[in-house]
Design a protein around this ligand. Structure first.
Ligand code: SAM
Length: 248
């Protein structure tokens, strides 16, 4: 997946979410922070603005994303690696954050435990993930159109996408004073075609939803989506669960 496609589909939501997330967590200098699953650098950019680039590290398993984050955030130490095995020493950071990442982890419990390990006692560990439980992800209308055409299927909700999931993970990792809330961000599209196209770029959890459909099937999803969101302009509000805890 290219960073350009990611930006067109998810970046228009993850960039404003990053600003809200950092504000809610209370990212204030001086502090040393880690962005886990940084992607092309939406949250990394905000952390560097708030703390100074030299105080920020970022990590992502995708070499493509890590390279883009490195280019976009000069001076930030960006590494290739996975949340479940963070390439950092114990207690290296005052803040460890993961924006829109936990639900993609092979092992969410290990990932959050690792974030807690690299955070100094009294530091903050926090994560946010779209609310798929109540159809409040940015691409909820697209997913609904797919369901209307293909049937409900049997995809279980991923860990992190339901109320309380992130808090349970933080508590299980030993974090204290765990608190949860939700953050809503908006994005707009001029036309239905612009909206539709971003959902066909093969990004994130929209990536494989049209797979196996013939041209008529894709047209049926498109028509259904048009009925749901209209011809444009289209305003989309998306809401994420957000949770933070204090490292023990
Ligand atoms: C939806 S993107 C979020 C990117 C960025 N945090 C943002 O808000 O724009 C999900 C990111 O999780 C990363 N990811 C997937 N598996 C991961 C893992 N095991 N550890 C850390 N990051 C992972 C992906 O490479 C991708 O960059």
């Amino acid at each position: 997946m290219s960073a350009t496609d990611y930006d067109r589909f998810m970046g228009r939501f993850s960039v404003p979410l990053a600003a809200r997330f950092a504000e809610w967590v209370g990212v204030v200098a001086p502090a040393r922070a880690l962005d886990v699953g940084c992607g092309p650098g939406a949250l990394t950019t905000v952390l560097a603005e708030r703390l100074g680039a030299a105080a920020v590290c970022a990590v992502d398993p995708s070499p493509t994303f890590a390279a883009v984050a490195h280019d976009r955030c000069p001076g930030v130490d960006v590494r290739v690696g996975a949340a479940e095995r963070l390439p950092f020493a114990d207690a290296e950071f005052d803040i460890a954050l993961a924006e829109l990442v936990v639900h993609f982890l092979q092992d969410p419990a290990s990932g959050v435990a690792e974030m807690t390990r690299v955070t100094s006692p009294g530091g903050i560990v926090a994560a946010c993930v779209w609310d798929f439980e109540n159809d409040r992800a940015p691409h909820a209308a697209f997913l609904r159109a797919v369901r209307d055409v293909r049937g409900p299927g049997n995809r279980p909700l991923r860990v992190g996408t339901r109320r309380g999931d992130l808090s349970a993970l933080l508590s299980a990792a030993g974090c204290l004073a765990v608190a949860e809330s939700e953050l809503t961000v908006d994005a707009s599209y001029t036309t239905f075609d612009e909206w539709w196209e971003t959902h066909t770029l093969g990004v994130g959890s929209a990536a494989d939803r049209l797979e196996g459909l013939d041209a008529d099937g894709v047209s049926a999803v498109r028509r259904c989506a048009l009925d749901l969101v209209g011809s444009g302009p289209i305003e989309v509000a998306a809401t994420a669960w957000v949770s933070r805890g204090v490292a023990p």
